[in-house]
Write a new protein. Structure first.
Length: 276
């Protein structure tokens, strides 16, 4: 992959070249590692792990597609993926991630994919574990750290940064089109014509397949894309324009309704060094 700026002509290699999908075969409760995606391709194809995996964004953002949803991982959040669940990742070019792998039944963690808030203390413990050069035992300092880390992880609340997706061909077609062109402002009636359905039938199908009305689903898509792009370094002005908002103010209003704060304040309150 060649950077858009042309600053680097070297090709980035697939993450799978250096990355072991099951990094610990010694039965330790948890292991962690860092991945800097300046060295790797931005897309990690569909794969799965024996262990559960927490994807933590240290910088930039990652979008994870798994099961029947799409999750955004902005700074101070993590996506939890139970063991055995196929998933793929798309990262921003500036992404630096930490992966935490947890043995099955090592902690009382969700049985489904979800976004978890990650406290500053938990984040630092994951970073400390990733920086350990060797193994550990259950009774040494690192082993005790891991026990506390897993206890804390089990207490983290779920966040609302999921976009429900559907395999239904008509809903999937709309989702693919809006993901490719999120500024498309066609109404529900116009999308119904596009997929050869009545507006009433499409309205009912959307709720049935995603649990959201079309309007709420599109707003959630915009939020997921906005968080990813802002974490990747895009300006509020560019994001609001790309999403088809008539003004920056209208975009900020949507963002504040969803997350309770403005984009600037949202990233200003992230841990030091994580905001764009």
């Amino acid at each position: 992959m060649i950077s858009k700026s042309g600053q680097s002509a070297r090709r980035r290699r697939p993450c799978s070249v250096d990355f072991d999908p099951d990094p610990d075969r010694l039965g330790r409760p948890a292991v962690a590692l860092h991945v800097d995606f300046s060295d790797y391709e931005a897309e990690v194809p569909r794969h799965q792990h024996r262990q559960g995996q927490l994807i933590l964004a240290l910088h930039g953002a990652v979008t994870c597609t798994a099961a029947n949803g799409l999750w955004i991982v902005p700074p101070d959040c993590g996506v939890w993926i139970p063991g055995g669940v196929p998933h793929s990742n798309q990262v921003t070019s500036n992404a630096r991630l930490s992966y935490l792998f947890v043995e099955p039944d090592a902690a009382a963690l969700p049985q489904e994919c979800c976004t978890l808030s990650v406290s500053p203390m938990l984040r630092e413990m994951i970073l400390r574990l990733a920086d350990q050069p060797g193994g550990y035992t259950s009774d040494d300092h690192v082993g005790r750290l891991v026990r506390v880390l897993l206890d804390e992880l089990a207490l983290m609340p779920k966040d609302g940064l999921e976009l429900p997706v559907s395999s239904h061909p008509k809903i999937a077609a709309i989702a693919a089109a809006l993901t490719a062109e999120p500024g498309d402002r066609r109404t529900l009636a116009e999308w119904a014509d596009h997929v050869a359905m009545s507006e009433r039938s499409l309205k009912r199908l959307m709720v049935q397949e995603t649990g959201l009305t079309f309007g709420r689903w599109r707003r959630q898509l915009h939020l997921v894309i906005a968080l990813r792009e802002l974490a990747g370094g895009a300006t509020v002005q560019r994001v609001s324009s790309d999403l088809g908002y008539e003004s920056v103010t209208a975009f900020i209003v949507m963002f504040r309704k969803a997350l309770g704060t403005t984009p600037a304040r949202y990233f200003a309150t992230r841990p030091a060094g994580l905001a764009r």
